[in-house]
Unconditional design. Structure first.
Length: 489
């Protein structure tokens, strides 16, 4: 995975800075509460939501188990429809393929559909180094690009910006990227949207090359699917002469019928809409209609390594709805930049360390960027048990163990600084396996409860620095149960 965001401080340090930003917290609180409240209402309209959720999980799990078969079928279908398929093992290879394809057209600028895969590999930066300018056309991505910023949310990359900040960015930066902002631009949504429309229109009409990702790829027909809410994506998919799509291999689904499930769950989970406003599909090329050349770059970049992990692989079910971000108390307070990845929030905390490995301090800290409250699992439309994967990855950080990297099984050593954690977990395992010891310890803790400190000493300071120690009850539960027989009379 691209190291674009690696090099940032570990999550606790980055989050400490973020939570001190009152404007950021206010922007995030307003936006996440609004989105999640709307989503909750949209989901309750469907009596079979639980069944749809389970169906999405099963489709994804089935596809991942047989991904090799479906990827071959996908390649055959795309090729038969007039497209060309390229395989990219990592970010560098994907960037090289796309750069060479753009150079072959003779063009020096491209328009882009919102794509997390291209952000993941740092494609814009790679194109810029090759003298090719990439223009983001999604409104939120445009704001991020003009502001020389980084996305902080899966669905709403500029969620950390308010309308006044966006107005200032448009006024100061639009002129250097193309058509300047109108004189006297105000911060009303209508005026900001119109300024973006005018700015982008000339790029749509001029561009010869478009670059996209995809939400889904249908193996049986070679069809790619993009869901968006503005129509900018459709302009990029239909107007240019050459279309290049960079898509993670896990976005494959076997059949058209499988889309039925996700076209119901994705819009309601992401934008709280009953039906997606713009759902674009394309299959290869067609004479006289749309791009004359279509290239599909299938991106691995750590995905097959993740697939080898029986617990962690469920992260590959993700359909990028962002519902987990909008209910996460940690994301709401820290924002997306603290995660050091284009995948922020709970899903980013389990996906980024697996795609990139845990060689950096930021990736080793991400599994701890959670309270394990479970709200993310409850809203996930494909039932990813994020808390389970977080605990699994924490164990890998603290204990080390066997993992797959670049297709080879290796043994990683425990991370430094976790000796106290390992000792505490092993002591707990020993005590929980001996009922008499556990009972004695509980009684001793209850009888000495008034002597307990509010913060842990020594190595425990790191844990209690951001948490209150739970108060020990006056008597253990089992003693209470024996004394009262569970309240029976």
């Amino acid at each position: 995975m691209s190291g674009t965001f690696v090099g940032m401080p570990a999550f606790p340090e980055a989050a400490h800075t973020a939570v001190a930003d009152g404007t950021l917290r206010a922007n995030l609180r307003h936006a996440t509460h609004t989105i999640r409240d709307k989503r909750a209402r949209a989901v309750t309209e469907l009596d079979d939501w639980a069944e749809l959720r389970e169906a999405g999980k099963r489709i994804k799990d089935h596809t991942l188990r047989h991904l090799d078969t479906y990827l071959v079928q996908l390649e055959e279908s795309v090729t038969a429809a007039g497209g060309t398929v390229h395989w990219a093992a990592d970010a560098d290879e994907a960037n090289r393929i796309v750069t060479e394809l753009v150079r072959a057209t003779g063009e020096r600028e491209v328009v882009k559909v919102k794509s997390m895969a291209t952000q993941e590999i740092g494609l814009n930066e790679a194109l810029e180094a090759a003298g090719i300018r990439a223009y983001e056309t999604d409104l939120a991505e445009l704001i991020v690009q003009l502001g020389h910023d980084r996305p902080s949310h899966i669905l709403v990359p500029a969620i950390h910006r308010n309308r006044g900040e966006i107005r200032d960015i448009f006024r100061e930066e639009m002129g250097s990227w193309g058509r300047p902002a109108p004189e006297g631009l105000a911060d009303t949504p209508a005026e900001l949207a119109e300024a973006a429309r005018l700015h982008l229109r000339e790029k749509f009409l001029r561009a010869k090359v478009g670059i996209s990702g995809a939400n889904f790829m249908v193996a049986e027909t070679g069809t790619l699917v993009v869901l968006e809410s503005e129509g900018n994506g459709r302009m990029c998919l239909t107007l240019p002469e050459t279309l290049i799509s960079v898509v993670g291999i896990e976005k494959t689904v076997p059949t058209w019928r499988d889309l039925e499930v996700f076209l119901q769950t994705l819009p309601r989970s992401s934008t709280a809409e009953r039906m997606n406003p713009y759902t674009s599909t394309w299959t290869g090329t067609t004479d006289g209609d749309g791009p004359r050349a279509f290239h599909l770059v299938l991106l691995d970049n750590g995905r097959t390594d993740t697939l080898a992990d029986e617990v962690g692989r469920q992260a590959l079910r993700c359909i990028r709805c962002s519902a987990c971000l909008n209910v996460c108390p940690v994301y709401e307070r820290a924002g997306g930049h603290a995660y050091g990845s284009v995948y922020p929030g709970p899903i980013g905390a389990i996906l980024s360390p697996q795609l990139r490995g845990m060689g950096s301090e930021i990736d080793r800290s991400l599994p701890y960027a959670s309270s394990l409250c479970g709200a993310c699992y409850e809203v996930c439309p494909v039932a990813i048990d994020i808390p389970e994967v977080l605990v699994h990855l924490r164990e890998r950080v603290a204990e080390g163990g066997d993992v797959v990297r670049n297709g080879a099984r290796i043994t990683v050593r425990p991370a430094k600084g976790h000796a106290a954690e390992r000792a505490a977990m092993r002591a707990a395992a020993w005590a929980f396996g001996r009922p008499g010891v556990l009972r004695t310890g509980q009684r001793l803790a209850a009888r000495t409860r008034r002597l307990h400190p509010h913060k842990l000493p020594g190595p425990g300071k790191a844990w209690s620095a951001s948490r209150d120690l739970p108060r020990v009850p006056a008597e253990p539960f089992r003693d209470w149960w024996e004394r009262t027989r569970g309240g029976a009379k």
